[in-house]
Design a protein around this ligand. Structure first.
Ligand SMILES: [Zn+2]
Length: 411
């Protein structure tokens, strides 16, 4: 969740995607892209769709036109067959209320899989994701966005893991008890002692450590403490857009050196420096918007997202904010591949929690990414890694570390 929301060219985008989805006659790359995309595991590590489940206007089983980015028909249309549903609550909620709200969301995702048994299955291992794919089902996974949801209680790592949560972001926009955030004033100098303890407990429970949102120092601390590779579930490249939420080249290299993966966030401020700079001048920082809209919407996150979207659409119509197109996503992916090779980048859209670039108006447009990667000359094997294979590798590594730490014989 980034508190700013997508722009609205749904109709226009849909027409264009229709053309991209059904390749031009005789275009070998387009035909092959479509085949490859729909035969692959397409795993996205971050969507805020969970919060939509609490609104009456949204129905996951139907195609929605409420400004959302993800639902069953559009997942099928976009070949999105493995999704981490984000468990998100505001970063200012702490203690038992944070736990209670997180449990509400975990229950909602679990109930979602129970109520769509033909299409969805809860996945908690890399093997589960592969099995779901083989059965033609969509794997639903869960990630907690912010260590504040532990309610300052280490035991909650074990409880959340038992309920099926497979990653936790150490902080959100504000510092948590675990870690300094990239968008807050540091108080722990990176990870706190509690944060380090939590990382070890996450390792022991096979929960991936997510360093999106944390400060650079928190990232380096987590990298040192964690026995399993890290993920950045929804971050982009700081060399392209100088937002604190993005990763520097040095961070990406350090992440990759320990086997980790950066999953590219499609939020326009993180994709485009031009947009980021204009947004900060015209509207304020992404985390600053959070505060303002929070008051306006009395903390209702879907309301905040829609309000933020209206704000951006108006600013774009007035020419105060530039347009950003979906090709930027591919630019970020290609940058990481050039920097550290094809094994350390994946997809972390931030669907339903961010402003999408033009032409990636929802998850049904995902096949475009596969086609663009093939046009850049990537091999099928590398495209499959980027679409999901890399994240599955980290997930399996986290499972292996958990077995080792629990003294269970590997299988
Ligand atoms: Zn986020």
């Amino acid at each position: 969740m980034e508190q700013v929301s997508k722009t609205g060219w749904v109709l226009f985008g849909w027409l264009v995607a229709g053309a991209a989805g059904g390749p031009a006659h005789g275009d070998a790359i387009a035909d092959h892209a479509r085949q490859l995309h729909f035969a692959s595991i397409v795993l996205d590590t971050h969507a805020d769709t969970t919060q939509r489940l609490f609104t009456s206007a949204y129905d996951f089983g139907k195609r929605n036109s409420d400004g959302s980015h993800v639902d069953l028909p559009r997942m099928r249309a976009g070949g999105l067959n493995a999704q981490f549903f984000s468990i998100w609550i505001d970063a200012d909620i702490h203690g038992p209320p944070a736990v209670e709200k997180a449990l509400d969301q975990i229950d909602a995702v679990r109930e979602l899989t129970r109520s769509h048994p033909k299409d969805l299955v809860l996945a908690t291992t890399a093997e589960d994701v592969r099995r779901a794919h083989a059965a033609g089902k969509i794997a639903a996974l869960m990630g907690i966005e912010g260590g504040h949801m532990l309610g300052n209680d280490l035991r909650m790592v074990r409880v959340y893991a038992a309920l099926g949560v497979r990653y936790m972001t150490l902080s959100h926009f504000h510092n948590s008890e675990l870690a300094d955030s990239s968008t807050d004033k540091p108080v722990h100098n990176g990870l706190s002692e509690f944060g380090k303890e939590v990382v070890r407990e996450m390792n022991r429970n096979g929960m991936m450590v997510d360093i999106s949102h944390v400060s650079d120092k928190s990232f380096y601390d987590a990298l040192e403490v964690s026995r399993a590779p890290l993920i950045a579930s929804h971050s982009s490249v700081r060399s392209i857009s100088a937002h604190a939420r993005n990763m520097t080249d040095e961070m990406i290299q350090a992440l990759a050196a320990k086997g980790g993966v950066i999953q590219i966030n499609y939020e326009v401020s993180y994709l485009s420096d031009e947009f980021r700079a204009a947004y900060e001048t015209q509207i304020g920082s992404v985390s600053g918007t959070d505060e303002k809209l929070l008051k306006e919407c009395h903390g209702d996150d879907v309301c905040m997202e829609e309000a933020s979207k209206r704000q951006v659409i108006a600013a774009q119509a007035a020419g105060r904010l530039p347009h950003v197109t979906w090709e930027k996503i591919v630019e970020h992916i290609a940058y990481v591949v050039k920097l550290v090779g094809p094994d350390h980048v994946g997809l972390g859209s931030d669907f339903d929690g961010a402003i999408m670039p033009d032409g990636m108006d929802d998850c049904s447009y995902l096949p475009r990414i596969t086609e663009a990667l093939l046009r850049r000359g990537y091999s099928d094997a590398d495209v499959r890694k980027i679409l999901g294979g890399n994240t599955l590798r980290v997930m399996a590594a986290a499972e292996r570390v958990a077995r080792e730490m629990q003294g269970v014989a590997p299988h």
